[in-house]
Design a protein around this ligand. Structure first.
Ligand code: 2NE
Length: 264
């Protein structure tokens, strides 16, 4: 797929998704959000991809949320695939959380509003020491009623999460690190080397173990959706077994299946 508002590249096991609207501090339109869902879906199904990196173009911003210049009464203008931006945002957040591979936020500048939510839902956040963090909703007339509140509570605790949302303050990378919002902070010029290091270490680990762990971390809070992801991951392991194939083969060969060898 040809992308207009993101860059998408895959190299040596790493899929890198870059929100490419630096003149708008990487604020997202409905199209950006749609393209993010497409790239994340591609990274999900491509078995050559072991780790996903999400970042923003330039050195000013990671992402500053929804593009306020297209917001109108009733919400953001435009739909892609019949979805308004605010719905698509939850889809992107859901994909980041459910893709069965680790996702690293490479926070190269402002992570504000919905952009802050994107880094919160990533599995890991590696920040430039220039990065700034914060929510904007109550200041600009919006809020995230989903993962952006729930996952934040789990990262920093309830009191801090409410402070971040209600006051719309900005926090330095050092403060974010101290409150458990980011995994590492490095000088800006070392950001890529640090992200590469984390990717390399993750690529050495068992993909199946990381997939099951990712779903296990979310199963408790995600209710039936969490159990479904954990269960479907188990199903794909079951599909690899002779026991599962016996059921399929018996159907195709129009005979009764014989599962007797698999009672444990
Ligand atoms: C990020 C921040 C704090 C930076 O401030 P500053 O002073 O360093 O830069 P400036 O001049 O404000 O921004 C630079 C350029 O980027 C644009 C600005 O309009 C400006 O453009 P020019 O005037 O130079 O042409 N820009 C930055 N953020 C933008 C945005 N979100 N939409 C459109 N243009 C943007 C400061 O810029 C800031 O506070 N930005 C606004 C953050 C914000 O309100 N985000 C939306 C929160 S709500 C949300 O994300 C959301 C939702 O409502 C529903 C669903 C999902 C998400």
């Amino acid at each position: 797929m040809a992308y207009k508002e993101i860059l998408y590249e895959k190299k040596e096991g790493v899929a890198r998704i870059t929100i490419n609207r630096p003149e708008k501090y990487n604020a997202c339109t409905t199209l950006t959000v749609y393209e993010l869902t497409q790239a994340l879906t591609d990274a999900w199904v491509d078995n050559s991809v072991g780790v996903v990196v999400l970042t923003g173009a330039g050195d000013k911003a990671f992402c500053t949320g929804g593009d306020q210049s297209i917001r109108t009464q009733g919400g953001y203008a435009g739909t892609v695939a019949a979805l308004p931006l605010e719905v698509g945002w939850q889809q992107v957040s859901g994909l980041i959380r459910n893709i069965p591979k680790p996702v690293i936020a490479r926070v190269n500048g402002y992570a504000i509003g919905g952009g802050h939510v994107f880094h919160v839902v990533c599995d890991f956040s590696i920040a430039s020491e220039n990065a700034k963090f914060g929510q904007a909703g109550p200041r600009v007339g919006s809020f995230d009623p989903g993962y952006g509140t729930g996952d934040l509570v789990r990262a920093v605790g309830l009191k801090r999460a409410k402070e971040i949302w209600f006051f719309c303050r900005q926090y330095t990378a050092k403060q974010a690190y101290e409150m458990g919002l980011v995994n590492a902070v490095v000088p800006h010029e070392q950001l890529d080397a640090e992200v590469d290091k984390w990717c390399k270490e993750l690529l050495e680990k068992s993909p199946t173990a990381m997939k099951m762990l990712k779903y296990a971390f979310h199963a408790e809070t995600d209710g039936v959706c969490g159990v479904t992801h954990l269960g479907v991951a188990g199903l794909s392991l079951f599909y690899d077994t002779p026991e599962s194939l016996e059921g399929k083969n018996a159907f195709m060969e129009k005979r009764k299946p014989d599962f007797s060898a698999y009672r444990k």
